[in-house]
Design a protein around this ligand. Structure first.
Ligand SMILES: N[C@@H](CCC(=O)N[C@@H](CS)C(=O)NCC(=O)O)C(=O)O
Length: 209
């Protein structure tokens, strides 16, 4: 699990939050060393602790430094590419806000759903928690619908950016958890546009190993 070359290393589990980073890498055309792990790493990948003591993915190692937050890693990947919303653009702060919202506000309730539908052993699964956090996600996902209500194609800056990648991952994850009915029509159309991008398709193909 050590860094053997100068390329950044991305530790990833298929369709987990690290897909944000793999998708961004594909869109930005960055050369990385992709390391696929079994989910959850804390159960199946003991050696990964030496890389990331949190045992979470993504893990991004570059120049010997570790990053562990999917949205922050996406910012790093986007830097200097059209995916980045630059400081001198009007939507800079809106973009930053979407980046933080993507994980802290939108993925958090979905993570509870994953835990109590897939990760816990059957006797510890909690249908009530799953239903409650599904509704919780639905309330929060209205913010995506509101942003797209004026018919805009992408969330900010009039082009596809890292904000679309980070937020679309949360919407995509919701669809894999049976929470797609919590997404509004404009959100579903936008998500379809995002998932139709070659970068997204390449990332999902690449994660097959
Ligand atoms: N805020 C972090 C959360 C990272 C995280 O919790 N990742 C999940 C996968 S989606 C994980 O590694 N879960 C396994 C575990 O906690 O054992 C991010 O955005 O990357």
């Amino acid at each position: 699990m050590t860094q053997e070359n100068s390329r950044p290393i991305l530790y990833h589990c298929p369709d987990a939050r690290s897909l944000r980073c793999l998708w961004a890498v594909e869109e930005a055309g960055i050369d990385i060393d992709l390391r696929l792990l079994k989910f959850p790493p804390r159960a199946f990948e003991p050696d990964y602790r030496a890389v990331n003591p949190l045992m979470t993915i993504p893990g991004w190692v570059e120049d010997g430094r570790l990053m562990t937050e999917s949205a922050a890693i996406c910012e790093r990947i986007a830097e200097g590419t059209p995916l980045e919303v630059r400081r001198d653009e009007g939507d800079y702060w809106a973009s930053r806000n979407w980046l933080h919202r993507s994980d802290a506000t939108l993925t958090f309730p979905l993570a509870i759903m994953i835990r109590y539908t897939r990760v816990e052993v059957p006797e510890r699964r909690l249908a009530q928690a799953v239903e409650d956090y599904r509704a919780f996600f639905g309330g929060r996902a209205k913010s995506i619908e509101a942003a797209l209500a004026d018919g805009r194609e992408w969330l900010v800056a009039g082009r596809f950016t890292i904000a679309d990648i980070t937020i679309a991952y949360a919407a995509f994850l919701a669809t894999t958890l049976g929470a797609d009915d919590m997404l509004g029509d404009a959100t579903k159309d936008w998500l379809a546009r995002c998932m139709d991008r070659e970068g997204f398709k390449r990332a999902r193909e690449r994660q097959k190993g």
